[in-house]
Design a binder for this molecule. Sequence first.
Ligand SMILES: Nc1nc2c(c(=O)[nH]1)N[C@H]1C(S)=C(S)[C@@H](COP(=O)(O)O)O[C@H]1N2
Ligand SMILES: [Mo]
Length: 252
Amino acid sequence: MSKLSRRKLITTGIAATAGASGLVVAAKLARRYGLVPPDSGGIYGPGETLTYAAQRVLTRHSLAREFSRSQISAKPFANEVAPMGDEFERHKQSAFTDWRLSVDGLVARPSSFSLAELKSFPRRRHITMIQCEEGWSYIAEWTGVPLSHVLERVGALPQVRYVIYRSFQPDWWESIDMADALHPQTLLTHEMNGGELPVGFGGPLRLRVTRQLGYKSLKYVTQLTLTDNIKQFGKGLGSAEPEGGYAWYAGA
Ligand SMILES: Nc1nc2c(c(=O)[nH]1)N[C@H]1C(S)=C(S)[C@@H](COP(=O)(O)O)O[C@H]1N2
Ligand SMILES: [Mo]
């Protein structure tokens, strides 16, 4: 079967089963194509599976909307974060010269990068909107190294299915699938609106994931782990958010 007709078949299949008899059949189809999100259990599970599978089949390569410079929000809203503690203060005082991003898991070359190294890598920028699940949003310009570049540099192995990313704040961790990890707008961001990325907005390093809600854009990123088995991390739901009742896949 050609790639296109196969895709059409999956799309129509998932869409057609979404109705009446729906969710169970859709879930079966999603399983066959490996489109089951880590938090597919529980009451909302079948719905999560349907959302994720349909999004992945229909919009795998789509870009989040980009805005013009004149649309950048004059007063972007930095969400409150828990106090960062002494160790972070020391990092801040030394202008984050000792900040490292470590990369481990299914990689040919486990690595650790300083901010200066990350800044020396190719950069991309985009002006996009970030939206919180609580209802507010803002538009800003984000500059950073594409995550795909870092994954290539460390030699991501072909069986990798998820990239787990961790924050300096131990309670905050997230993961994305390869469609988002390799997506051209997914940046390890170190600049915002043309200046250093402020601490309030996740500086020195934030992973911007443009096609999902704000909580997937983790602040203070310190570690990437590449895996083919997301179930072995935390409670097996893919990130901290579903442990608190939010969706792992948070398409915006
Ligand atoms: N490490 C860390 N990352 C985080 C958060 C946080 O508290 N700590 N909040 C998340 C949530 S819920 C949202 S909506 C966005 C808020 O981004 P902003 O502060 O730039 O508005 O950051 C996300 N990333
Ligand atoms: Mo949020």
